[in-house]
Design a protein around this ligand. Sequence first.
Ligand code: ADP
Length: 535
Amino acid sequence: MDKYILTLDQGTTSSRAIIYDQESNIISVAQKEFAQIYPEQGWVEHDANEIWESQLEVAVEAIKSAGLTWENIEAIGITNQRETTVVWDKMSGEPVYNAIVWQCRRTSDYCDLLIDSGLSDSIKSKTGLIIDPYFSGTKLRWILENIEGARERAENGELIFGTIDTWLVWKLTAGKVHVTDYSNASRTMMFNIHELCWDDEILETLNVPKAMLPEVKPSSYIYGETDAELFGGPIKIAGIAGDQQAALFGQTCFKEGEVKSTYGTGLFMLQNTGASPIESKNGLLTTIAWGIPERYSAADGAINKPEQPKKERKLSNLFGLLGGDDEEPKDPIKVTYALEGSVFVCGAVIQWLRDELGLLEKASDSEAMANSVEDSNGVYVVPAFVGLGAPHWDSHARGTMFGLTRGANKNHIVRAGLESMAYQCNDLLEAMSSDLGKYPETLMVDGGASANNFLMQFQADILDTEVIRPESVETTSLGAAYLAGLAVGYWRDLSDVDDNWKEGARFKPDMNRGKRDGLLAGWRNAVSRTLGWDR
Ligand code: ADP
């Protein structure tokens, strides 16, 4: 019987399910959008039940539309919108409040309070994160403080917490398994990324009962099986990673120094820093990329390829699962860290030019428009619509357009919009390289806007670095598929996975230094004028 891996890709605006074969070809895809809830300005919520129902629906649909049954699915991998916070009753399974989404700013004041109490350094050194409403910890605290009876119920052990991966695994296993993985735990601002445990001091500060928190497991591991009723029979759940970490894995950036940039609504750059968590001095976050069994690491030459045939490996994994939690793990785990830079508005600038200014009909038109002019004619767009993220971290910056002259037309403006994505990426890579003391030789790219060849060439020119786009830019779901497939022996090890990576296009830098420096000076000038605008 043919076997496949099913990925559940639970994103911010939609739930998707994708089925992969062993060569990482996509066999089927199903997708469903769900409601965005904005109860107040700056607040963003999702209905956790709707997330679950949409995710289950697309999973069933993806299996069915490929003409498969549960028996064809070797394992499920999960990748998810990160940081989004759910609290639910562990008996009834009912969430006590909507999921509070990563974008939600409701805990800004409380975060300011934490910063004013001088906690920034200790939180950064323990969690790798800056104190910000973005992360789960203060969202969880908000629910305990603001939902009637929640604190008491949490202290009585009735309520549990999870990010979206945890919520999905709990639902998939009909409440039997309450886990997360290292990558998701590292985004909660409650997890000590060095000691690899929930941090008691931070939990005390946030007043969060530890018993609410999920057990933290490797990113590639058999966590449990789906309830047989959901798909007609049990399927192993065997991989979990937050979306950006999954993309890094899907790009097969397994070696230290390898870096990827994802051009979606926002832009997320992650660089594998190997076994060392590097603390940034330039506004980047330190995070866990993944924790996976050491024995996968044949690709980086550190560990020899295991010689076991696939079947035996499956058994040894199962044995690992059956080993009680108090026992030493059977399978030593290697944790890999990453430096991360997040830019809030990337592809969204094209959506804005399309939807608010009406300069183009569809995002992909931007490529021909940009190519129709020699340059941006001196126009710069700084898309600081919600302030600027890394490396500037200025929530008071606002969007602007500079350099307009009588000759500036819509093609110049659209081109400047695309160029702003490349400049922001350059800002991140410069910050990262300054933290690491070295510049990468190549940049791997993915995400919706990486399809734009003009943008990718301009990116290579501005970075003066080769930009490589894989054949499939669905790296997020692919990463989760790999993590799950590795745990069940569907793929042997990292080198086996690496063999599946196919280059789609390569963009070589082709701009002289004077021109590049001039363009970058203009960008820096533009950015400096947007800072602090909304004070
Ligand atoms: P997300 O996962 O964040 O929803 P995607 O990876 O699907 O985002 O990418 C969609 C974003 O990329 C949108 O903001 C869209 O404007 C932009 N985009 C899509 N195609 C292109 C293109 N060819 N050129 C420029 N931007 C694009």
